[in-house]
Design a binder for this molecule. Structure first.
Ligand code: SF4
Length: 387
C-alpha cells in the first residue's frame, strides 16, 4: 500500500528546486539573490509517516468514511490536501457531534490523543489508524513509569497543545498518577520556589489549577517528580528547566536522597533538536541579512525555530508563500507568541533590500512540506528580479 500512494505523495509535497538546493550545498544563487537553507528543515520522520499513513488509509478502506480526530499535523496546506483527498476532520464545525461506529476509520495524529479519547474511539468499535510518533510514545512510556513509581510528571509544554494534553493523560493510567504542566522558566521558578520553601497552597492551586491533574496537592505531589517535555519545545529551555527542578529538589532533600525524589530523561525528539541545531549552525556560518521561517502558526517547533532566529537576526515567521505579499510588504506572525496563542499576523514594509545583494536564511518547521519551501524560494526570485 505504501508504494501505491508514493506517487501521490511525491506529486503533492515534492520540490525539484529544493532537491537542487540541497545538492548544491544548501545554497541557492540567482542574480542578486542568495538563499542559505538550513541543513535540516521541513518534514520530520514522524510527520512523514503520519501523512503517509493517512493517504494509505484512504486507499486501504475504499467506500468507508475516513476521519481525523483533528489536524494531523500543524500545517494548513497538508490538512487541506487531506480534506481534498476525502478525509473528514472531526474538529471541523460540520463534523462535530458526528456519531461514529464500527464502519468508520479514524486516524490518530502524529502528536497522539488522550487516553480517554483513545478509549472512547476503541469502545465505539472504530478502525483506528494510529500515527502517533515513536518519539511521543517514548515520552508517554516515561510518564507512565513515573505514575507507576509514584512520581509526578512535571511536563514542560503548552497546556493547550494536543501532544501535551495527550502526554499528561498518560499519568491517569495509574490511580494516583499525577502531572503538572509548566510553560516556561517563569512558571518553573514558581514551582521550584514552592518545592524549596513551601508556600501558599491555595495561591499555588489558583495559579496552576488548570495545569494539574485532578486532586493535585502541591504539599504532597511535589515530593517526588519526574521531568518530561512536549517534544517540540526549545531544547535549551527544556534543559534549563530540568536543571532548575534538579537544583530545587537537591536543596530540599539533599544530594544523597536526590534519586528518590527526582528523575529526568531527554524527551526532545531528535528531529526537533536537529532542526534547532541546523538553524543555529546556519546563522553562525552565514552572514544573512534576514531569516525566513516557514510553518503553521500553531506549530510549536516552527515557533521555536523562529525564536532562535529572532534572537540573532531579523526574522519573519510566515505560514506560506502567499505571506510574501510583494518586494515591499511581508505578512507574518510576531515572534515570541506561544504556538497555542490565537493566530495573529502583522504586515511589515520594506523588508527586502531594494538594491544590491540579498542574502536570506531559510528554514521550515517539521510539518512544512518541501513544495512550500520551494515556492518561497521561487517567490524570492521574483521579488529580487531574478526569476
Ligand atoms: S516533531 Fe518529533 S515528535 Fe513530533 S512528529 Fe516530528 S519526529 Fe515525531
Amino acid at each position: 500500500m505504501k508504494e501505491a500512494v508514493a506517487g501521490e505523495l511525491a506529486a503533492a509535497y515534492h520540490s525539484k528546486l529544493v532537491d537542487d538546493v540541497r545538492t548544491a550545498g544548501f545554497r541557492h544563487d540567482k542574480g542578486r539573490l542568495t538563499v542559505h537553507l538550513a541543513r535540516e528543515f521541513g518534514f520530520c520522520y514522524g510527520v512523514d509517516r503520519a501523512v503517509d499513513y493517512a493517504y494509505q488509509a484512504v486507499a486501504r478502506f475504499p467506500g468507508r468514511n475516513v476521519f481525523l480526530t483533528g489536524e494531523i499535523i500543524h500545517n494548513p496546506h497538508v490538512n487541506d490536501r487531506l480534506r481534498a483527498n476525502g478525509i473528514k476532520f472531526l474538529s471541523d464545525p460540520d463534523e462535530r457531534g458526528r456519531h461514529l461506529g464500527p464502519d468508520d476509520v479514524v486516524i490518530l495524529p502524529a502528536f497522539g490523543v488522550t487516553v480517554e479519547e483513545m478509549k472512547r474511539l476503541s469502545d465505539l468499535g472504530c478502525t483506528l489508524v494510529d500515527t502517533t510518533c515513536g518519539s511521543v510514545l517514548t515520552v508517554w512510556k516515561n510518564v507512565v513509569r513515573y505514575a507507576q513509581d509514584g512520581f509526578t510528571a512535571v511536563i514542560h509544554g503548552k497546556l493547550k497543545h494536543e501532544e501535551t494534553r495527550a502526554t499528561a493523560s498518560q499519568a491517569s493510567k495509574f490511580p494516583n498518577g499525577r502531572y503538572l504542566v509548566v510553560l516556561d522558566r517563569e512558571e518553573a521558578a514558581i514551582v521550584c520556589e514552592y518545592i524549596r520553601k513551601r508556600g501558599d497552597r491555595n495561591a499555588f492551586l489558583a495559579r496552576f489549577g488548570q495545569a494539574v491533574s485532578a486532586g493535585f496537592d502541591p504539599d504532597v505531589d511535589l515530593a517526588r517528580i519526574g521531568c518530561a517535555n512536549q517534544t517540540t519545545m526549545l531544547m535549551s529551555e527544556s534543559l534549563e528547566i530540568e536543571q532548575m527542578f534538579r537544583d530545587a529538589m537537591r536543596e530540599r532533600y539533599g544530594e544523597a536522597a536526590l534519586a528518590q525524589h527526582f528523575r529526568a530523561f531527554d524527551t526532545i525528539c531528535s528531529a526537533t533538536q536537529e532542526r534547532q541545531d541546523a538553524v543555529i549552525a546556519l546563522l553562525e556560518r552565514e552572514p544573512v541579512q534576514l531569516m525566513i521561517v516557514v510553518g503553521g502558526y500553531n506549530s510549536s517547533n516552527t515557533c521555536n525555530l523562529a525564536r532562535i532566529c529572532a534572537s540573532r537576526v531579523r526574522t519573519f515567521h510566515i505560514a506560506d508563500p502567499e505571506c510574501l505579499l510583494s518586494a515591499d510588504r511581508i505578512r507574518h506572525r510576531p515572534v515570541g507568541l506561544p504556538s497555542t496563542a490565537p493566530p495573529s499576523e502583522v504586515v511589515t514594509e520594506n523588508w527586502l533590500p531594494a538594491e544590491g545583494r540579498v542574502i536570506i536564511g531559510l528554514t521550515a518547521g517539521a510539518s512544512t512540506p518541501n513544495n512550500i519551501v520551494g515556492q518561497v524560494i521561487e517567490t524570492l526570485e521574483r521579488f529580487t528580479g531574478t526569476a
